[in-house]
Design a protein around this ligand. Structure first.
Ligand code: CAO
Length: 494
């Protein structure tokens, strides 16, 4: 199938005067061949392919192009970074699966790119696997119909690369072979900002345009130290140029519009969709005294002999396990609502695994990575996965897999503050638990003496279209019992 496509692409180049000189130039070097046995293209056979934006996670249909690392005419190798995209859930670096030369960027930074549609055209050079080409590039139009794939190829071959006039292209093509610029062009300007996602997050934190920084890393890569150095020099030049504070006009109200950060923009969309769900709030006070003493005892043990790299447990692994145990009795809280696109008829989809999303406060904002299959994990395994996700979230390194597949969410705001909260249900879920601050309060013991107690409020939000108040209260009561008497968890350990 590809052989046909190659030969047709080549035919279309032979028939087009502009393309002819280029093909002839390569042809004259005698390096143009297509193998019949297995897929093979020679380096000189240039095939401009519209490369499709791959599926980057469950249900994500579009994502924002944050920045390009290449520009038209830039040479890319396999696994070279092409661009960074931001989905509803994470920022992801997209790398090239092919070596070649970039011919066209289908989007500008800031545009929404559609998953499964072409986002970049690459003039593919060198060997490429047939399966990769078929899976990752636009499909072949049916014979003789001149569909979009061919149209894109033709367009890529006939249109001048962006930023060039037809004349400059023609001039280049007419240049003698020896004088043609065979060398791949080095990415420059805003496309040349090679840096890891962590470094780019840091640049955003400091509100620094990364392309203004001269990188001292490999291939001019911008490093964290470069950003810190840049911020310091910016501070000192600002201090030198503004010796005195400008007078503040206190009589006039000043309004300064500020663009949403990427994560705020995604949160805006996700929360707007979440608020189409009719929420109801259920809240209760939980006695954490026994949990507090169990955790203190276990942490003493872990301090002297860490298990699976865990030397300390927070309350979260216990709370997460308690929620999972309650889901066995109330599986509806692990379901999602499905509305048939044609009939608009709603139904519930029950899910066998308890994949618990954890709301995390990270340097770039709120993220909700997911601890998968909590039912099959013990407390240490939950703690270990929580630590991994927390570390990745802080470094801006969560993968789309880490961020997808949640079936219910726990949001613990108590380490920051607040007693009660009204948590917002995450899309494709029907319940969320909000955990307030654990505080020491006075209480009466069995002999009516005043004693110290550790108390914490659990606030649940549930989708009132499918979960009634009594079901929510019963499920919350199961979680409460387990947290108040955490020893019962031992019976459910696997
Ligand atoms: N009340 C009192 N103290 C709490 C607490 C609570 N509810 N939860 C945690 N703490 C304590 C921990 O015990 C720990 O203290 P010690 O080291 O002295 O024991 C400290 O706070 C820090 O805990 P942690 O945050 O490192 O770990 P965690 O497992 O308890 O929580 C996580 C992990 C990711 C949930 C938390 O770090 C976080 O990001 N919380 C914010 C979530 C959020 O933003 N929710 C709102 C979403 S809606 O916008």
């Amino acid at each position: 199938m590809f052989l046909q496509r190659s030969s047709r692409a080549v035919r279309s180049q032979w028939c087009r005067p502009q393309g002819l000189s280029r093909v002839l130039a390569h042809g004259s070097q005698g390096a143009f061949s297509v193998s019949r046995h297995g897929f093979h293209t020679s380096r000189a056979l240039q095939v401009v392919k519209p490369v499709l934006l791959a599926d980057i996670g469950e249900g994500i249909v579009e994502c924002e192009i944050i920045q390009w690392f290449v520009e038209p005419e830039a040479r890319v190798e396999e696994f070279s970074p092409l661009c960074e995209v931001q989905s509803d859930k994470a920022s992801v670096e997209i790398t090239s699966r092919f070596a070649g030369v970039v011919k066209k960027l289908h989007y500008d930074a800031g545009d929404m790119a559609k998953v499964g549609k072409p986002f970049v055209d690459i003039d593919i050079q060198g060997d490429a696997k047939k399966e990769d080409l078929e899976a990752l590039t636009a499909p072949e139009p049916s014979q003789g119909q001149g569909g979009s794939g061919e149209a894109l190829n033709k367009e890529s071959l006939s249109k001048p690369p962006e930023g060039k006039t037809t004349e400059t292209v023609k001039a280049e093509e007419k240049a003698p072979v020896g004088q043609q610029s065979d060398k791949p062009k080095k990415s420059t300007g805003r496309f040349a900002s090679l840096a890891t996602p962590a470094v780019r997050h840091l640049s955003k934190e400091f509100d620094v345009d990364i392309t203004e920084i001269e990188g001292t890393g490999k291939d001019g890569r911008v490093l964290k130290e470069d950003i810190h150095r840049y911020v310091e020099s910016r501070k000192s030049s600002a201090a030198a140029s503004t010796p005195t504070q400008p007078p503040v006009d206190t009589a006039t109200q000043t309004e300064t519009p500020v663009q949403l950060t990427n994560i705020q923009a995604q949160m805006f969309k996700a929360m707007t969709r979440s608020l189409t769900i009719p929420h109801f709030l259920y809240t209760d006070e939980i006695d954490f005294s026994q949990m507090h003493s169990l955790r203190t005892r276990l942490n003493k043990v872990l301090k002297s002999s860490p298990q699976d790299d865990i030397s300390k447990l927070s309350y979260m692994p216990f709370i997460i396990k308690a929620v999972s145990l309650a889901l066995y009795q109330y599986p509806i809280l692990n379901a999602r609502v499905e509305i048939d696109a044609n009939t608009q008829k709603p139904s519930l989809v029950h899910r066998s695994q308890h994949n618990i999303g954890i709301a995390m406060d990270t340097p770039s904002g709120l993220l909700v990575p997911v601890i998968k299959n909590v039912a099959s994990r013990n407390i240490l395994s939950i703690a270990s996965e929580l630590t991994r996700l927390q570390t990745a979230a802080t470094a801006g390194k969560l993968s789309p897999q880490d961020l997808s597949g949640g079936t219910i969410t726990v949001s613990n705001i108590g380490n920051i503050g607040g007693t009660y909260l009204s948590p917002v249900i995450v899309e494709k879920e029907v319940a969320i638990l909000g955990v307030g601050r654990i505080r020491t309060v006075p209480a009466f013991d069995e002999e009516d003496r005043v004693v110290k107690k550790q108390a914490c409020n659990f606030s649940w939000s549930a989708d009132h279209r499918v979960v009634d108040g009594a079901t929510m209260a019963r499920a919350a009561e199961v979680v409460k019992q387990i947290v108040e008497e955490p020893d019962v968890m031992v019976m459910h350990m696997r």
